[in-house]
Write a protein that binds this ligand. Structure first.
Ligand code: HEC
Ligand code: HEC
Length: 431
């Protein structure tokens, strides 16, 4: 088409008179039709008047025609309700900790390095394995630092880059701060930051890499946190079939998954909370997840549980009597937030069993059955949680949809870790 128009230009010059004549009449006619249309449209749609009037000031018929019926109508029908599911945008890196390839590589080493735990036995990878696609241990409640247990399910770290706050209760406002708790927390890494710096100072390869990435004379704990956080921001879902479907590939997911998608956004109304690109509203709800079996009988669980009540600053009465993980309440201290947890995004959930903040469900089928019953019992349960009356077949298609959110397994190899070297007076004095 455009080629043809270009070709017409030279011959058009020869017949200028006739061309101009026709154009003038044509233009006048078109303007009349358009103006009539605008008038009619404005008359029928008073609320759209302002826009129509604005379009009327444009001079070319093409623009006027384009704006005439289309734009006003679309605006009036602006959809209400939760944001639709969408493909994830690229990760945005915080301005005070920008991406660099060398920083990611350093972060990858730190992620796998067990010397970032008090007794040198645990790395991030111990609880968030990079080798099976899960990025979160498969025990319902994570193990803890030797001699202790954790008290929650180890979250996957896939797509954590997209949440505004981290942890099941949103208690951490950045990945860097979360990781500080992970390395330093008594039921995780239990590592003193000064000791971490000393260990790094005595590994020449870390000294060189921190110097290269951050300009450090001696590696600092803060910079280690920045590097390991940058590595995590690169752990993002890959090749998710449902994303391909959203981008127009009709065959990317099965008919069963498509039926599940209908239910997800319709009768089952999962989209009320699991929405947008992350498939999470990045907010907090009480859906009535029951306590993990045995939680209140196991002494190691109870030691960590009471310790956490104290550490999170609840009242003495709560410390004495709490029987459940109170979730968002620890952050806000509002009673109405008791038992609210952050809505997880659902990409790659097929790799991250067991489910919920305490890993109480071991399969996606169990999760869907729980929702079909309207969730659990809790005084704070979200009113959105209602019995769904789904048939067995419909529940199976919801599971098929959840499976279509599973991309390629993200597997990252363990790098070769730096070795300790004896303190070298001469080298140090030259730094
Ligand atoms: C002993 C096991 C353990 C170790 C070691 C550990 N984590 Fe975790 N991690 C957990 C558990 C359990 C949670 C859930 C904590 C919560 O919600 O309170 C968690 C949560 C997280 C989250 C929050 C994810 C989200 O979506 O909110 C991130 C990020 C994370 N860990 C990264 C790391 C990194 C990086 C390291 C190493 C610096 C690390 N973890 C070490 C067990 C561990
Ligand atoms: C009222 C908000 C809400 C609605 C509606 C909702 N969810 Fe959830 N979903 C959550 C919250 C909050 C959690 C985490 C709860 C916890 O850990 O205690 C969760 C957890 C999950 C998990 C576990 C993910 C993981 O990584 O552990 C799956 C799977 C899930 N929801 C699927 C669904 C499906 C399918 C539906 C519709 C049938 C649905 N959700 C409806 C809020 C909601």
């Amino acid at each position: 088409m455009s080629d043809k128009n270009n070709n017409q230009t030279p011959s058009g010059e020869k017949t200028m008179g006739a061309f101009t004549f026709i154009m003038l009449f044509g233009l006048a006619g078109l303007l009349l039709v358009v103006a009539g249309g605008i008038f009619y449209y404005a008359y029928l749609n008073p609320p759209a008047e302002k826009e129509t009037a604005e379009s009327g000031t444009t001079t070319t018929p093409a623009e006027t025609g384009g704006a005439e019926a289309g734009d006003g109508a679309v605006e009036e029908e602006a959809p209400v309700g939760p944001p639709p599911l969408a493909v994830l945008p690229p990760v945005s890196y915080p301005p005070d900790n920008p991406y660099s390839e060398a920083k990611v590589e350093l972060g990858r080493m730190l992620y796998f390095d067990p010397r970032f735990s008090g007794d040198g036995s645990l790395s991030c990878n111990s609880c968030h394995p990079a080798s099976d696609g899960s990025w979160g241990v498969s025990s319902p409640i994570s193990f803890g630092y030797p001699g202790s247990t954790h008290w929650r399910n180890a979250s996957t770290i896939i797509n954590t880059a997209y949440y505004s706050k981290l942890n099941w209760d949103g208690g951490k406002t950045s990945i860097e701060k979360q990781n500080k708790g992970a390395w330093g927390g008594v039921v995780a890494g239990n590592l003193d930051s000064g000791m971490a710096e000393e260990r790094m100072a005595q590994m020449p390869e870390y000294v060189a890499r921190f110097n290269d990435v951050f300009g450090d004379q001696y590696p600092t704990f803060e910079h280690a946190l920045m590097a390991v956080a940058t590595f995590q921001r690169t752990i993002v879902s890959q090749n998710v079939p449902f994303d391909a479907f959203l981008e127009g590939d009709e065959n990317a997911i099965s008919d069963e998954a498509k039926a599940g998608y209908e239910l997800f956004t319709g009768q089952a109304n999962c989209i009320a909370c699991h929405n947008g690109a992350l498939i999470s509203d990045d907010s907090y709800h009480n859906i009535g997840v029951p306590n993990a079996p045995g939680f209140t009988d196991n002494v190691l669980n109870q030691i960590t549980f009471r310790y956490e009540q104290w550490a999170k600053g609840v009242t003495e009465e709560d410390y004495n009597t709490a029987t459940e993980d109170m979730g968002l309440y620890y952050v806000t201290k509002n009673e109405s937030d008791i038992g609210k947890f952050r809505t997880p995004g659902l990409r790659d959930a097929c790799y991250t069993a067991p489910y919920m903040h305490n890993g109480v469900f071991s399969t996606l089928e169990e999760v869907v059955a729980f929702y079909n019953d309207g969730g659990g019992d809790h005084p704070n349960k979200d009113p959105l949680m209602q019995p769904l009356n789904l048939t067995a077949e419909e529940q199976a298609s919801l599971v098929a949809f959840l499976e279509s959110l599973c991309g390629d397994k993200i597997i990252v190899e363990m790098p070769e870790l730096p070795e300790y070297a004896p303190w070298d007076m001469e080298e140090v004095s030259n730094r």
